[in-house]
Design a protein around this ligand. Structure first.
Ligand code: HEM
Length: 380
């Protein structure tokens, strides 16, 4: 999308797209302004298994599609466990899990970063935080993928995709309902227990709200973190001095931020105008959908010097990969930690690494950025 972003920055930084029936916003300052004005640009829209805007299927009310003040109340319920100080303690555990995944492939001399490491890692970490038994996590990954992307075979009809999504959603709901029941009787130190016992505006959450909450926590961080880890390997391999060129942890920290800027796992988020308003020189009507291209903002030459160049030690680097404002990604610190630990563990275990394929298939999505497989050859 990057040449397209450059073109949009120059020719139509804010435009209405008749085909998709929405506004597109590409420049850093405009993206930032929209995200910081939730009163005018609301996140309240139906969020269902079928995607935004469609109203059939179970509509979930979560912090992601709620505006302040209710948003802030919902977010407060789980803010603490995601703060930097809290997630920091997970580092040794994340390293252990990563080592297990590496052990499983170490004799092969080759691994698929996506399937062998970057996919299972975030699911395992978040499932544990939520309080899902380890044995169920494969099943979880499948539900989560189906809900976000549809069933694996890309050739099936839209109808089949929809059916599979609804079914995955229903199965996950049933599973969580049972788990919630068990936790009510036997509370633990996990997110399920936090959510069950939370009081929001004086009352505990309804069954549907509790389910939506857990589903959001479970789904939001998976494919995104998968893509961050995978994109990092790609950036180091193709835009820098090789995969293992960023070995020490200090440079890795900055390099992960640059990956987030350069190949943002989420390229766009959307809002709905609550009132007639203006976007630059354009008149926007109440009810209009506004797509905010944070991925484009991260390539805006007015904000970043030489935005088309991958600069692993870029600093400052105020990218918008995790959004901005009240909905700033809850899992940002966790995602960063997972990426750093996963990458540094790979560097510790492998002497050399190189891409085993050059033709890479992008993930099938307009708003996600990543590849389906990333085979890497290594020596120990
Ligand atoms: C929100 C990106 C990982 C949970 C967001 C938003 C973005 C984002 C752009 C803002 C959405 C909006 O403004 O409408 C990412 C990326 C990730 C990542 C790029 C990985 C590299 C995670 C993880 C979790 C998570 C690991 C773990 C639970 C959430 C939640 C929200 C959110 C709950 C909604 C926050 C709110 O509405 O206040 N994320 N995310 N994300 N993210 Fe992430």
């Amino acid at each position: 999308p990057f040449p397209w972003y450059r073109e949009m920055h120059e020719e139509s930084p804010i435009r209405y797209d008749e085909d998709r029936e929405c506004w597109d916003v590409f420049r850093y300052d405009d993206v930032h302004d929209v995200l910081h004005d939730p009163e005018t640009f609301s996140s309240e829209r139906p969020l269902t298994a079928q995607g935004e805007g469609e109203t059939d299927g179970m509509a979930l009310e979560t912090m992601l599609n709620t505006d302040p003040p209710r948003h802030d109340e919902l977010r407060k319920v789980v803010d603490d466990p995601f703060k930097p100080g809290a997630v920091k303690h997970l580092a040794p555990h994340i390293r252990d899990i990563t080592n297990e995944y590496i052990d499983a492939v170490v004799d092969d001399g080759e691994l698929d970063v996506v399937a062998d490491l970057a996919t299972p890692l975030p699911v395992t970490v978040i499932a544990e935080l939520i309080g899902v038994p380890a044995d169920d996590r494969e099943q979880f990954k499948q539900w989560s993928d189906t809900i976000v992307e549809g069933p694996e075979a890309a050739t099936v009809s839209a109808e089949t995709v929809k059916e599979a999504q609804l079914q995955a959603q229903a199965e996950m709901a049933t599973y969580f309902t049972e788990l919630i029941e068990r936790r009510r009787e036997d509370p633990r130190d996990d997110l399920i227990s936090d959510v069950i016992h939370a009081e929001v505006e004086g009352t505990t959450l309804s069954e549907g709200e509790t389910l939506g909450f857990l589903a959001l926590l479970l789904i939001a961080g998976n494919i995104t973190t998968t893509n961050l880890i995978t994109n990092a390997i790609r950036c180091f391999a193709t835009l820098h001095d090789g995969i293992e060129s960023v070995r020490d942890i200090a440079s890795l920290e900055l390099a992960v931020e640059e990956v987030l800027r350069y190949q943002s796992p989420i390229q766009a988020v959307s809002r709905v105008a609550t009132t007639d308003t203006r976007l630059g020189e354009h008149s926007v009507e109440a009810g209009d959908r506004v797509v905010v291209w944070n991925g484009a903002a991260n390539h805006d030459g007015d904000k970043f010097d030489d935005p088309g160049t991958f600069v692993p030690d870029r600093s400052p680097n105020q990218h918008l990969a995790f959004g901005s404002g009240v909905h700033f990604c809850l899992g940002a610190h966790l995602a960063r930690l997972e990426a750093r630990v996963a990458l540094s563990t790979l560097f510790d275990r492998f002497e050399t690494m190189q891409l085993a394929e050059t033709e890479l298939q992008p993930v099938e999505s307009t708003f996600l950025y990543g590849v389906q497989r990333l085979p890497v050859q290594f020596s120990t």
